[in-house]
Design a protein around this ligand. Structure first.
Ligand SMILES: NC(=O)C1=CN([C@@H]2O[C@H](COP(=O)(O)OP(=O)(O)OC[C@H]3O[C@@H](n4cnc5c(N)ncnc54)[C@H](OP(=O)(O)O)[C@@H]3O)[C@@H](O)[C@H]2O)C=CC1
Ligand SMILES: CC(=O)N[C@@H](CCC(=O)OP(=O)(O)O)C(=O)O
Length: 314
């Protein structure tokens, strides 16, 4: 029997990318909605309940509506929106979060895919909190450089068609410290508070680099920059989609510059540790449409259906 898969939001940015991945996977049947019926509640309801797995690639309100339409107890839901990421009845779809998370995803029928910035932040800082190097009341900060595809169809159209001169320069946003990823960043980092977080969108399609600056003098356990790299390398040693880069390798930079596009078109996240005894920068590099969204969604489907975790992703 082939598993039936339906993507609600099939013509959006994450929906299209999920379809690309699905096209590489056998043993599944992809259900399609007629384009003119893609917002028709009855047509969506029928497919949402026919499918074994549903991907929701919709704005938050439409995701909530879709979930309320699912009455088939066998339908598993993977939601890409922000709607359920800290909901107690949903599982956070970050298998690398800690030892129990992968199993929880395997047995869950409601999985929320993490936000892109949150993925980079949590995977960098959480192991250091868990090891007691950073205390729970550490005043963390973070910034993220992202491509404009992270903003979906509307932002893509603005960047590609509006001709506005100011779009050629990087643009910080969410400066009122109200970004929609803050609740999940707080909840899954292990820290008591969300970081002071500034995302910055650039004039390029895809690629993300999340930087977390750390002050070693505020660590609760003494650790050098090399200790931090070794801790992260050993923490993620068995993770096929996370690569902790060697400390101080010339290959980490290209003529002194960081290339944040190196993970594009992959589901990989590369984690770097830069710095010295006075300051450390953790940098997570990934594709906002890969490990930051659609790749992560497929990784979760693979776990939920008992497929090899890398099916369609490598
Ligand atoms: N882009 C990214 O990198 C990431 C996005 N996300 C999240 O994934 C979700 C989808 O984002 P993204 O793909 O970027 O967004 P897009 O705007 O590119 O696509 C959203 C799609 O949903 C459709 N849609 C809107 N309302 C409804 C409805 N009521 N019924 C059916 N379809 C509807 C839209 O239709 P129409 O074509 O008519 O506009 C559009 O095709 C969002 O919640 C976003 O926050 C998560 C991680 C990363
Ligand atoms: C450039 C841009 O606007 N990016 C989006 C992040 C996209 C993403 O990860 O996530 P969601 O699932 O939370 O939409 C933003 O910062 O809101």
């Amino acid at each position: 029997m082939k598993y039936k898969i339906f993507v609600d939001g099939q013509e959006g940015t994450t929906g299209l990318k999920i379809h690309d991945y699905l096209s590489k996977i056998s043993d599944i049947e992809v259900l399609h909605i007629e384009p003119e019926k893609r917002k028709d509640a009855a047509a969506r309801r029928a497919l949402l309940n026919e499918a074994d797995v549903v991907f929701l690639c919709l704005p938050d309100a439409a995701s909530k509506e879709a979930v309320s339409m699912v009455s088939n107890p066998n339908t598993k839901v993977i939601d890409a929106s922000t709607a359920f990421r800290t909901h107690p009845e949903w599982t956070y779809g970050l298998p690398e979060l800690h030892k129990k998370q992968r199993k929880q995803i395997q047995h869950s029928s409601r999985v929320a895919v993490p936000g892109c910035h949150a993925t980079g932040y949590i995977l960098a800082i959480q192991p250091l909190v868990a090891e007691g190097i950073i205390a729970k009341d550490y005043p963390a900060s973070c910034y993220s450089l992202t491509g404009y595809s992270g903003g979906g169809k509307k932002l893509i159209a603005e960047y590609e068609n509006s001709g506005k001169e100011q779009l050629s320069a990087p643009r910080p946003y969410a400066l009122h410290l109200n970004h929609k990823h803050l609740p999940e960043m707080k909840f899954y980092s292990g820290l008591d508070a969300a970081p002071t977080f500034t995302p910055i969108v650039g004039n390029y399609y895809q690629g993300d680099a999340v930087t977390v600056p750390l002050s070693p003098r505020m660590f609760t356990k003494k650790a050098t920059v090399k200790d931090i790299q070794e801790l992260l390398a050993s923490h993620y040693a068995d993770e096929r989609f996370i690569r902790v880069m060697p400390y101080d390798s010339a290959a980490n930079l290209e003529e002194g510059f960081f290339n944040l596009m190196q993970c594009n078109h992959t589901n990989r996240l590369d984690l770097f540790v830069f710095g010295h005894e006075e300051g450390i920068s953790l940098v997570s590099r990934f594709d906002n449409l890969g490990k930051g969204a659609s790749g992560a969604a497929i990784q979760n489907m693979n776990l939920m259906l008992g497929f090899d975790e890398g099916t369609g992703l490598e």
